[in-house]
Design a protein around this ligand. Structure first.
Ligand code: AMP
Ligand code: ZN
Length: 491
């Protein structure tokens, strides 16, 4: 499939809106009117996952966020060219260029090669996105390992222009040579560029050979001895790229520089995106991206959801508890992308119920309107909210109001549903059939059988243990006349 047939297949059929498309730009700290670099085409780059394990639901917030931007751009009439990179190189992924090689962690854990781990979890990731109604045919997912040459070229250019120095373990970017370093992080609370750079210095203390704490690895040398599982030949010997380099190289190679919009989580502002900007602009003399947009964190009990904190939840857990995967999308749309959100199973349950009610209303409206659409002020107001930096909570609330408003005709309501859903992506225009009861997961089925066996053997301690296991997984356990009966409690 060629480049251009991959991109921009989705077409908007929406009511036209004259409201300007405003997006918050972290680079300037302001909401700005979006215009693309090239007329009619909008390019969107989102920092993708390291595919050494499944993406947790906090990660998924990042891709629902970028999908919502993409849908909004499509509705505004742009052909969207969109990339989510797949990090399949075992970087030392920490702000300090230290830490574990995550691909090696995955390999050891599962006894598979780095390539096998990468391909397994890339598939899970793309399946998760599809379940969340991201049209993955519209997205390009390049692998970092297929762009090593482009990364080497970028580092060579920086070397030729005098932005690098060598230490015993690699080639580093000299941040003192890039005058705008840290500008992306200078618009937060009482921040200046100097304060942002000093913050990085306070957090990153390892590696005494670096000239400044904020300097970062462009290329790391393989340690002497046996070959690493993932390493490449380069002008600097065997080694592997630093983790910021791949995004700069792939964004340029696949979308051109500058990209219109570059997205990621707020955690990427002070280091990853700051470093992407420095190396791309130093090498090529033009900005890497025109708009930088970031989603805030998903938290649980006040802490960021993260695999390393052990509070990770996956889309598969949500589906296993009987919730529709799109209930997670609905849940995220209830908050503005720039505010942090607290996840609870009760909140997800409320989202799942609200979404099912909305599907029912949408189905009824479709039937009553016979799918005729009459544009109205209601549709235009929903679009204006979405065009105002993706005000999804207000737009969602307005859609509910519109569907309950007796003064509107079904055709006006159907138009509003269709318009809103082009951006929400909740399948309101084509709701799934009422969900059939889910079969029990295999391991729960096995626990039920083992518990019945234990009770027959009067091993009540084991039976109790199994009941607790199932309850912890969200099931209610009762003793029926013919044995254990489990029901999903949903949260
Ligand atoms: P990573 O694989 O850690 O680089 O994460 C991939 C994307 O998920 C990045 O945009 C992160 O900022 C984002 N991310 C990770 N954890 C969370 C979270 N708890 N809430 C929101 N975004 C997150
Ligand atoms: Zn990136």
């Amino acid at each position: 499939m060629s480049w251009f047939s991959v991109f921009g297949r989705r077409r908007s059929v929406a009511t036209k809106s004259n409201a300007p498309l405003l997006l918050s730009n972290a680079l300037t700290g302001r909401k700005e009117i979006f215009t693309p670099n090239k007329a009619g085409i909008a390019t969107l780059y989102s920092c993708g996952p390291t595919v050494y394990s499944k993406a947790q639901i906090g990660n998924l917030r990042a891709y629902i966020f970028s999908d919502t931007i993409s849908r909004l751009l499509t509705q505004a009439g742009y052909r969207v060219r969109r990339v989510i990179n797949i990090t399949d190189v075992g970087h030392l992924v920490s702000d300090a260029d230290e830490g574990e090689d995550k691909m090696q962690v995955g390999s050891k854990r599962e006894g598979l090669s780095a390539e096998e781990i990468a391909s397994k979890y890339t598939k899970v990731f793309i399946d998760d996105l599809s379940a969340l109604n991201v049209d993955t045919n519209d997205v390009r997912f390049p692998k970092a390992t297929e762009y090593i040459q482009e990364q080497i070229v970028l580092i060579q250019l920086l070397e030729q222009k005098g932005y690098t120095y060598k230490t015993s373990d690699g080639i580093y970017f000299d941040t003192s040579k890039f005058p705008g370093y840290g500008a992306l992080d200078s618009h937060g609370a009482a921040h200046t560029r100097e304060a942002a750079v000093a913050d990085i210095g306070r957090r990153i203390t390892a590696n005494k050979e670096k000239h400044l704490p904020a300097d970062f690895a462009l290329w790391r040398f393989s340690p002497p001895g046996p070959a690493r599982a993932q390493e490449w030949q380069s002008p600097w010997g065997r080694g592997f790229p630093g983790w910021h380099v791949e995004c700069s190289a792939m964004a340029r190679a696949l979308l051109g520089q500058p990209v219109d919009i570059h997205t990621g989580g707020i955690d990427h502002i002070p280091v990853h995106h700051t470093n992407e900007i420095a190396q791309s602009e130093a090498a090529y003399g033009t900005p890497l991206a025109r708009f930088w947009m970031h989603q805030a964190f998903l938290t649980i009990n006040g802490e960021k959801v993260s695999k390393s904190l052990g509070n990770d939840i996956y889309l598969s857990d949500i589906i296993e508890r009987g919730f529709h995967p799109l209930s997670l999308r609905y849940f995220f749309l209830q908050a503005h992308y720039s505010t942090s959100m607290s996840f609870t199973w009760d909140a997800l349950k409320a989202s799942d119920e609200a979404l099912r009610r909305l599907w029912k209303l949408a189905r009824d409206t479709r039937a009553l309107s016979s799918e005729r659409r009459t544009p109205s002020d209601a549709s235009r107001r929903i679009m204006a909210l979405l065009r105002d930096d993706l005000s999804t909570p207000q737009a969602l609330a307005l859609l509910w109001e519109v569907l309950r408003d007796d003064e509107l005709t079904p055709a006006q309501q159907w138009d509003a549903v269709t318009v809103a859903d082009e951006v929400f992506g909740l399948r309101l225009s084509n709701p799934p059939a009422a969900a059939a009861p889910q079969p029990l997961p295999e391991d729960i089925e096995e626990m039920v059988q083992e518990r019945d066996q234990a009770r027959n053997n009067r091993d009540f301690a084991r039976a109790d243990q199994l009941r607790i296991h199932m309850e912890n997984r969200g099931y209610r356990v009762d003793d029926g006349p013919s044995g254990t009966v489990v029901t999903l409690e949903r949260g």
